[in-house]
Design a protein around this ligand. Structure first.
Ligand code: SF4
Length: 269
């Protein structure tokens, strides 16, 4: 059972948080922000807003079903397709008046040491910020929320949070689900400008497992379920799975809504 905190203020000791951030940064932080891809505009990535999208390079998970596996490895400084933070500032400036928001996705954006500088620049230019995260770095998420640098958070929940073994299977590496539980609690403070997201993996997300996943979350945050796109998967096994049809996705979500009438559950196409 999750223990949810009502507000993020006064809940985390700042010194511990700073030390944790520093310690973590020596292990897996990406010192200089690398953006692998940029998308000039999108109508689907930020709820009800036109957005530009920036994809950060590097992820701390290694999900076998990942459809952006080119974004998992550590960035190389000479990768011609990467954009550094100055390029990103220029790109954001060029989108003023054309988009209302910027979506930062990955990879795992929170790994990047100078992400706050990019978000501050975006906010100064009057754009809203949406952050997509796998939830493994709650102390960094907490800092961004507290500093008012994010307007909307999409937190991916891959498996029931009390089942570490299953979560590890979905993530491809051992995962501290306690960290994701902490992130899940943090985003409730942003509600309704936050969401949980689950990509339904065929053969992995049985109705029973989806039920366990939902049961472990609060019913105050909208939870979106998306179809899996096997054509972009990282491994052959996942590539060969049948895609989830729109009807199948709708049916699955309808069944879940019946079982959990007090949870705001939605299908996203
Ligand atoms: S967390 Fe997302 S980006 Fe990272 S490996 Fe998993 S699916 Fe890919």
């Amino acid at each position: 059972m999750l223990t949810f905190i009502p507000r993020v203020d006064n809940q985390v000791d700042e010194n511990i948080q700073r030390q944790a951030a520093q310690k973590s940064s020596t292990r897996k932080n990406v010192r200089h922000l690398r953006i692998a891809e940029i998308q000039k505009s999108s109508l689907t990535d930020y709820p009800r807003k036109i957005a530009c999208v920036l994809f950060t390079q590097r992820c701390n998970l290694n999900c076998p079903s990942c459809c952006k596996s080119q974004l998992i490895p550590i960035p190389t400084t000479d990768a011609a397709e990467n954009y550094d933070i100055k390029d990103c500032f220029k790109f954001i400036d060029s989108r003023i008046g054309l988009v209302e928001s910027a979506v930062i996705t990955g990879g795992e954006p929170l790994l990047h040491h100078d992400l706050p500088a990019l978000l501050a620049h975006i906010k100064k230019r009057g754009l809203s910020v949406k952050l997509d995260t796998n939830g493994t770095l709650p102390h960094r998420l907490h800092c961004l929320i507290e500093e008012g640098l994010v307007d909307y958070v999409s937190l991916e929940i891959k498996a029931p949070l009390f089942d570490k073994a299953l979560y590890t299977k979905a993530a491809g590496v051992p995962v501290s689900t306690d960290k994701i539980i902490e992130s899940a609690a943090l985003v409730t403070a942003l509600s309704p400008k936050c969401e949980y997201k689950t990509i339904i993996l065929p053969g992995f997300h049985t109705l029973e497992r989806l039920g366990s996943l939902i049961r472990g979350l609060p019913n105050t945050v909208p939870h979106y379920f998306q179809a899996y796109a096997p054509n972009r998967a990282r491994t052959e096994y996942w590539q060969n799975l049948p895609p989830t049809t729109p009807d199948k996705l709708n049916n699955t979500v309808r069944l879940l809504q019946k079982s959990f009438p007090s949870h705001p559950l939605f299908a996203r196409h």
